[in-house]
Design a protein around this ligand. Structure first.
Ligand SMILES: NC(=O)c1ccc[n+]([C@@H]2O[C@H](COP(=O)([O-])OP(=O)(O)OC[C@H]3O[C@@H](n4cnc5c(N)ncnc54)[C@H](OP(=O)(O)O)[C@@H]3O)[C@@H](O)[C@H]2O)c1
Length: 255
C-alpha cells in the first residue's frame, strides 16, 4: 500500500502515471489539500482519499507532493506515523538532511519527477538517505518504475537534473509550437503542423535513445553538403538557438 500527501500538478501526474500504467489504484491512498482537486482525480482513477495524514498509517511508502509552504506542517503530522516507512518528497525545497532532521530516524528520499510521468514516460532523479538498503531502493523502483525512468544521483545534482528534465518539457512545448507556427506560415493546416512537429519530437527522441550514435552524429547524418537541413541548422546557430537553450537553463537555475 502506498500513500500520497498532495495530488496537485506533480502528485496528480505521478498518481495518474501509476494507475494508467497498471499500478492497482486500490493500493493508493491520498491525503489531499483544501480544494477538491484530489476528489476529482479520485473519481477518474479510483484511489481512496483520506482527510488526515495519520490515515496513511497502513502504507509502506509515502510520497510527499506538497509545495514548500506546506512541507513543514505536513512533516510534523507525518512524524507520528513515519516509523518503518519509506518517505519520498517531491517538494523542490526538501532535502534529505532536512527531512531526516524533522522526521528523525526514518528512511527518506528526495525525488524530482517531470510531467511525462503522467504517460509513463517520465524521468525522475532521486537521492536516498544513507540508510536506504538495496531492497528499499528496489521497492521505490517497483513503484516509480510504472511512471518511467528512475535515476539515482547525488543530491547536489538533483536541482540541475530537475531543470534539464523537469523544466524542459515546457521548453520543448515552445519549440513544437514555434515549428508548428513555421509550418502554418508556409501553408500547412494548424492540425497537420502540430501533428508533424509532435510526431517528429517523439520519433527523433526515440531514435536518439535507441541509436548507437550520439545526437551530434545523428544530426551529421541528415545534413547533406549544401542541403536544406544544414542551412536550417546554420540559421538556428545564427539566431542563437543553442545559446538560448543554455540561457533558459541558467534562468531556471538562478532565482
Ligand atoms: N510541477 C512539476 O513539474 C514539479 C516537478 C517536480 C517537483 N515539483 C515540486 O513539487 C512540489 C509541488 O508542486 P506542484 O506543481 O505539484 O504544486 P501544486 O500543483 O500546487 O500541488 C501541491 C498540492 O499540495 C496540496 N496540499 C497543500 N497542503 C497540503 C496538505 N497539508 N495536505 C495535503 N495536500 C496539501 C495542494 O492541495 P489543494 O490545492 O487542494 O490545497 C496542491 O494540490 C513543489 O515543491 C515543486 O517544486 C514540481
Amino acid at each position: 500500500m502506498i500513500g500520497f500527501i498532495g495530488a496537485g500538478s506533480i502528485g496528480g501526474a505521478v498518481i495518474t502515471g501509476l494507475v494508467k500504467n497498471g499500478f492497482n489504484s486500490d493500493d493508493i491512498i491520498v491525503k489531499g489539500g483544501r480544494s477538491n482537486r484530489t476528489e476529482i482525480l479520485s473519481d477518474q482513477l479510483g484511489f481512496q482519499v483520506v482527510k488526515k495524514v495519520k490515515q496513511l498509517a497502513e502504507t509502506d511508502i509515502i510520497f510527499i507532493a506538497v509545495g514548500a509552504d506546506a512541507l513543514n506542517s505536513v512533516l510534523k503530522e507525518l512524524k507520528e506515523i513515519a516509523a518503518g516507512k519509506l518517505i519520498v518528497a517531491f517538494t523542490g525545497s526538501a532535502s534529505v538532511t532536512h527531512l531526516k532532521q524533522v522526521l528523525g530516524d526514518v528512511k527518506v528520499a528526495h525525488a524530482i519527477p517531470n510531467t511525462p510521468v503522467k504517460v509513463g514516460a517520465g524521468f525522475t532523479g532521486i537521492t536516498y538517505s544513507d540508510d536506504f538498503t538495496a531492497e528499499d531502493k528496489k521497492k521505490i523502483g517497483s513503484v516509480l518504475g510504472y511512471t518511467g525512468q528512475l535515476v539515482e544521483v547525488p543530491e547536489n545534482e538533483l536541482g540541475i537534473l530537475g531543470t534539464v528534465a523537469g523544466c524542459s518539457p515546457a521548453f520543448l512545448d515552445v519549440f513544437i509550437e514555434a515549428l508548428s507556427d513555421a509550418g502554418v506560415k508556409h501553408g500547412l493546416s494548424r492540425k497537420l503542423a502540430y501533428d508533424a512537429a509532435i510526431g517528429m519530437a517523439i520519433g527523433a527522441s526515440k531514435l536518439a535513445k535507441q541509436s548507437d550514435l550520439n545526437v551530434s552524429a545523428l544530426k551529421d547524418e541528415v545534413t547533406s553538403p549544401g542541403g536544406s537541413t544544414i542551412r536550417g541548422v546554420a540559421a538556428l546557430e545564427e539566431y542563437g538557438f543553442r545559446n538560448a537553450v543554455i540561457k533558459a537553463v541558467d534562468a531556471a537555475e538562478n532565482e
